[in-house]
Design a protein around this ligand. Structure first.
Ligand code: ADP
Length: 816
């Protein structure tokens, strides 16, 4: 375990190992030995010359010999030290050797001369030893030798008062030498310590730089990876590669938040670890669990003594372990775990850099999952678009439902799904399902909705319901023969603020639906609800349409029957009219004959009253005859098209002829009849007799419905195809009057058989009298004749008015 917060500061002071300082000091002394040997060599060479010149003959040659030997030895040393770097352990003995050699020379000189003055050589030597040695022990040995040697020579030499003086001087020199030694040693030692610290700091800096560089390098390499698995694998590979660890693993928090699952690892057996989805519970008993619960790094440099460490066959040789939490803000994503084969592999100061790395991994992971959810969202949008597109192709209810389940499987993986719709009797009916075994049919199953059951909860909250494990729930209704569901989610189908049903999704393994999946499913559910509602509406519309169609068919049939009946009736009437007309003709002829005879009877001529009666009978019979003729004409007209005698008919001519026949009534009624022809060539192919009849009826009507003194005029012209109502060139006749006119609502009806305006009671027997009335056949006959000639007839009038007399304008167009 490590302290709570590790400041990511650079370490500035280091523990300096004193042995290392000692070694450095030895190295310094070794460097000094070479010039010392050279100096002493030269010094003894000079001394040898001095001895020859100065010393008395008795000791001259001995001393000179020793000096030459010493000089040679020192010079030889110098040469040797130049060539060879002696081990540091030799440095002090060599130094002592040099001291001994100089001491021997000095003692020999002292002994041979017995002159206390020569003590100065030894004093110089003691001071020089204080400046040469950097080791207290060896210096003391040197001091001991010098002091012992001098004492021995002094005691053996003849007594002299100066010995005591020089003895004091010698002791003083020892003090001076010791002071010089310690001053020199401590300053050199401090210098070396600083130098070592500097080196360590430099090394640390360098190491940090490399680590940082590595960490940034890893960070840079991973930030561009957007696939989560690829990212995790890249992270473990890169860390292992750059730092050379034994095992690097990433454990991510599973959706329940209760365990960490190995998602990527590299090193010994790592692949298997990931494949088996090794799970570590999120509790403080293991190193990874501790890191996840405490959200702090965990470092152990000897796992064998660590209570949190659990041995595993996957990574058997671990000795040190460092676990780092992967945190994105306050959210724990997982743990980065690093293991090493040697104990003490991690240092406290490594942690900040590794934390930095872990942070980068967390950010990359977060980005990747953001991208992932963004991608999922895009996928949803695309799928929804596809669904809408697919759904727009069909409104077939069951096809829509199947399509919904099919598309849903693409965005939220599951084992089974069903669309359940609420029915009017407050039950839930499965209308579509997917992933169920074929031996289970849900189609007819209706589940009653009970208070507080899953659908009731969804219906009331309008929100999805997520059950992580339904296997142990007492209120869970599972179907016989169906594998047990574990994770379940119910998505409301909301339309117009009403929950019309739900989407039910189940997984057989305890792998709960993630928050993202729920969101996707809810969005999808919204779209599905609209589609279902539309399909339902369309379905209702189809049913309504079918009903409507059968109703229309029924009505059409009824109408047809009624029409047939009417036709039969009409025919019966026509037949009856025909029979009556025929039957009436013979007695009428008889009646007319007798009436005529009566009128011409000489005896009756004298009796004016009887004469008047006879004339009345004659007129009535004649009128009746005309009506009977009209009836017969009416019947004839119906079959006219078949037995027409077609010949060229000069319309102006027959019009004038008809006018001629009406001269008397026109005169009687003081009516003016005129003709106007746009061109005299107005000939049509047709039945002259019938066309004459038609004109006659029209002119008689004009006379009938025009007050006395009025005007009647007939016009004729050719009409070009563009203007013609026949769609081809026509000859048009217009029969105009200044009569009482016809109300617009009557203008079509007057062409029907037996249709008349006005009251039947007003009918008088005169056929050309004003408003005489008739059987209502005239215009029907005219229309029949015109249509038999493939022509048209219509009337124009501004209305019926007996006072103003707006007049009527009948038009006939016949093919030219
Ligand atoms: P009717 O035997 O009654 O004349 P028609 O078929 O000839 O029967 O005419 C039908 C009705 O059309 C008439 O009752 C009359 O009201 C109206 N009608 C026909 N011709 C004219 C006209 N020129 N002016 C006004 N009304 C007319």
């Amino acid at each position: 375990m490590i302290p709570n917060a590790i400041a990511p500061r650079l370490q500035t002071s280091f523990e300096v190992d004193e042995a290392e300082v000692e070694q450095a000091l030895l190295a310094l002394m070794r460097d000094a030995l070479r010039p010392v040997a050279l100096g002493l060599g030269v010094l003894y060479g000079v001394l040898a010359l001095g001895h020859i010149l100065v010393l008395p003959p008795a000791i001259k040659w001995v001393m000179t010999g020793v000096a030459v030997a010493s000089a040679l030895l020192f010079l030889g040393w110098h040469v040797y030290l130049r060539r060879v770097t002696v081990p540091l352990s030799w440095v002090n003995p060599l130094g002592l050797g040099a001291v001994c050699l100089v001491l021997l020379n000095s003692l020999l000189h002292l002994w041979l001369t017995a002159d206390p003055l020569q003590t100065t050589n030894i004093i110089l030597l003691i001071i020089a030893a204080g400046l040469l040695f950097l080791s207290r022990t060896w210096l003391l040995i040197a001091y001991g030798l010098c002091l012992g040697g001098w004492l021995a020579v002094a005691l053996l030499s003849p007594p002299h008062p100066s010995w005591v003086h020089f003895g004091f001087a010698l002791i003083s020199s020892l003090a001076v030498s010791a002071i010089a030694f310690s001053a020199r040693r401590s300053s050199l030692a401090r210098l070396e310590r600083l130098r070592i610290q500097d080196r360590l700091q430099k090394a640390e800096l360098q190491r940090r730089a490399v680590e940082l560089e590595t960490s940034i390098g890893v960070g840079q390499q991973i930030t561009s990876i957007i696939d989560v698995d690829a990212l995790l694998n890249a992270v473990v590979m890169l860390i292992k590669e750059r730092y050379g660890f034994y095992f690097v693993g990433i454990f991510l928090l599973d959706p329940t938040g209760e365990a960490l699952v190995a998602r990527a690892a590299t090193g010994y057996n790592a692949r298997e670890l990931v494949e088996r989805e090794w799970r570590v519970p999120k509790d403080p008993h293991s190193i990874i669990g501790w890191t996840a619960t405490q959200r702090r790094p965990y470092l152990t440099n000897d796992v064998l003594t660590d209570p949190h460490y659990f041995y595993t066959d996957w990574v058997p040789n671990t000795r040190s372990e460092l676990a780092l939490p992967l945190l994105m803000g306050d959210v724990l994503l997982g743990v980065l775990d690093i293991q090493c084969e040697r104990p003490g592999a991690f240092r406290l100061q490594d942690i900040p850099v590794m934390e930095l790395l872990a942070n980068q991994v967390a950010i990359a992971l977060h980005n990747a999952s953001l991208y992932h959810s963004e991608k999922a969202r895009r996928l949803l949008a695309e799928t929804l678009y596809e669904v809408v597109r697919a759904l727009s192709r069909t409104l077939d209810f069951s096809e829509v439902l199947n399509l919904i389940l099919q598309e849903l499987a693409e965005i939220v993986p599951h084992d089974r799904a069903a669309v359940l719709l609420r029915q009017p009797d407050d039950t839930l009916q499965a209308v579509a399902f997917r992933g169920f075994p074929p031996y289970i049919t849900l189609k007819d199953i209706r589940v009653p909705i009970r208070e507080n059951d899953v659908f009731d909860k969804i219906r009331r909250s309008h929100r999805p319901l997520l059950l992580e494990d339904v296997s142990g729930r007492y209120d869970w209704q599972s179907l016989e023969g169906l594998p047990q569901a574990r994770s379940w989610i119910g998505i409301p189908l909301v339309h117009s603020d009403t929950v019309i049903g739900m989407l039910s999704l189940a997984r057989e393994e305890a792998k709960p639906f993630t928050e993202d999946e729920v969101k996707l499913a809810v969005t999808f559910g919204g779209q599905a609800a609209v589609t279902i509602a539309n399909a339902r509406l369309y379905n209702d519309l189809l049913i309504f349409n079918e009903k409507l169609e059968s109703m229309v068919a029924e009505r059409t049939q009824a109408l047809q029957e009624a029409y047939n009946k009417l036709e039969r009736l009409d025919r019966a009437k026509t037949d009856f009219i025909g029979v009556v007309a025929h039957e009436l003709r013979t007695p009428l002829t008889v009646l007319q004959g007798y009436a005529q005879m009566l009128a011409q009877d000489q005896a009756l001529k004298a009796l004016p009253y009887q004469q008047q009666l006879a004339e009345g009978i004659h007129k009535g019979a004649q009128r009746l005859h005309e009506i009977v003729n009209s009836m017969l004409d009416m019947i004839k007209v119906e079959t006219l098209a078949e037995d027409m005698k077609v010949q060229p008919v000069d319309l102006p001519m027959i019009a004038r002829q008809v006018g001629e026949t009406l001269r008397t009534p026109l005169q009687e009624r003081r009516l003016q009849l005129s003709f106007s022809w746009a061109t005299p060539e107005l000939v049509v192919m047709g039945d002259g007799e019938m066309l004459r009849k038609a004109l006659q009826h029209l002119l008689i009507n004009a006379i009938k419905y025009t007050p006395d003194g009025g005007k009647i005029w007939v016009e004729g012209r050719r009409v070009p195809a563009a203007e013609s109502r026949l769609g081809r060139e026509a000859i048009e006749l217009g029969i105009h009057d200044t009569g009482i006119g016809i109300a617009p609502e009557e203008q079509e009806l007057i062409f029907l058989k037996f249709y008349q305006t006005g009251e039947v009671a007003l009918h008088s027997s005169g056929r050309t009298q004003f408003k005489a009335g008739g059987p209502g056949l005239g215009l029907a006959i005219v229309k029949g004749i015109v249509e038999a000639h493939k022509g048209v007839i219509w009337v124009e009038s501004s209305g019926y008015d007996e006072e103003r007399c707006p007049g009527s304008h009948f038009y006939i167009q016949l093919p030219a």
